[in-house]
Design a protein around this ligand. Sequence first.
Ligand SMILES: [Zn+2]
Length: 165
Amino acid sequence: MNAPIVGDCPLCLEHTLQVTYEVEKLMQCLHCGYASADKYSLDENGIESNEAYKQLTEEMKGWSKTAMNRIWIPSILTLPTAMIFPVNAQEEMKWSYAELVDVNEDEREDYRNPEGGYYTQRYDTDNAEMFDEFYLCLFMLTKGKDGKKKIQSRIKNSRNSTRQD
Ligand SMILES: [Zn+2]
């Protein structure tokens, strides 16, 4: 695997766009959370004729954006410790952060593995935390529980328009 190239995100303008080339070109912004791939490239027929776009849910279509002749969609990341995904909160898109937790004995029937046995871990979406910004979810991912307090104080600081890093 090649190391990702970092570029400017055409949506949020931060220098946080990771570009990787594996099977196809993938672009993921670590700041705003939007992603694109070659299958989302636009041609002269426009967005409605894009096959990958057609397969998106209505919600994802509504959240998608276009820039650099591509369609960009909010990313869903399933990671070894947590999942980050967009949610609809009163008609507004927010970012949800759900930790990976163990499946306990009394709930394991709900987590039967179709290939046999049971799943031992699940993403705890019932207790997911919601954030306005994708990068705050990434912050949670790297800092865990401690991250939450830091995020809250950052949000407070930015509302007071003082910046502390
Ligand atoms: Zn961005």
